[in-house]
Design a binder for this molecule. Sequence first.
Ligand code: HEM
Length: 342
Amino acid sequence: MTSTMVESSTILVNSWIHRIQSEGGVADIEIYEDIRRLSGEIISRACFGSNYSKGEEIFSKLRALQALVSDKSLLSAIPVMRCLPTKRNRKIQSLGKEIREMLLKIVNDRLTDHTAEADLLQMILEGAKNGDLDNNEIDNFIVDNCKNIYLAGYETSSTSAVWTLMLLALNPEWQTRVRAEISEVCGKQLPNAAILPKMKTLTMVINESMRLYPTAPIITREALQEMKFGGLTIPKGVTIWTFLPMLHQDPEIWGPDANKFNPERFANGVTAACKLPQVFMPFGFGPRLCLGMPFALAELKILLTLLISNFSFSISPTYQHSPVFTLVLEPEQGMNLLVKRV
Ligand code: HEM
């Protein structure tokens, strides 16, 4: 899927080149919106192949649904309020219904034209076919998996990219180091799957950015039986929240510069970066480790390679630093950077 990632990212690069030219050499760009759109396009193409524009429509409805269900107002925290026929609840229901119908329509079209595309939808369809499920369960399986991929893979990749670009904008010496690596490894070539593992400096930068700004900052696990955790007794059924920023920025584990951006700490890999490498878990851990990790890292490396080799970044005077936790850790006021050609 890397060629899809390169294709979509190149369109973004060209649009910024035009913008910079028309704004006299430097453009103040709110990059979060653009990168989110790009990430949506990439995941739609990966998920729905040639039906990706329909997929984008579905994803935009899922985004609206996500905004409604992650409303943190006091009233919505009362369980009974979620069942009353309020305007918000009716909207949630009708969006859910529309999304389900649109997804099932794509599936039906796919089943009748017998095209076995190499996309995630095809894998989900095959998974559904091979499972021991009745018709209604098959539909639920398909709809739930498509929603899961959207939630897990869309906002996460785009927010990781914008936090990394913010940190690079604040640390121009690292932009220079990454740019030098790109020119050495890629030359005049576009990035491809074979060269991604050679991008050592870029990997260090991405790791450091995910340490300081873990996109999915809370990992949850349910205690399946009563257990002891240090001096605490955790009863069966309790959900335990692990807050990653506490682990990722603990000076006892990472040293006195734990709060500083210093990708050098990852020069010899994660195991040498701190006292307890298992606490570094931007993609989770164990059997539920993020399924999309290789996909996300390829997407991040391709996008950052194309952006850093074409542009230099600095913080815009209009940028307001306001990380906020919705379903992911995102910049509440967007991400304004000054962008120039290199
Ligand atoms: C930088 C981007 C991403 C980050 C930081 C991220 C992070 C995470 C985290 C922290 C978890 C929970 C793991 C756990 O509980 O141990 C997770 C789960 C998951 N992620 Fe990602 N993710 C990213 C991108 C993606 C993408 C692009 C996809 C799909 C294409 C994806 C699919 C999934 C799925 C399906 C799960 C659930 C796995 C399971 O429960 O077995 N993720 N991700």
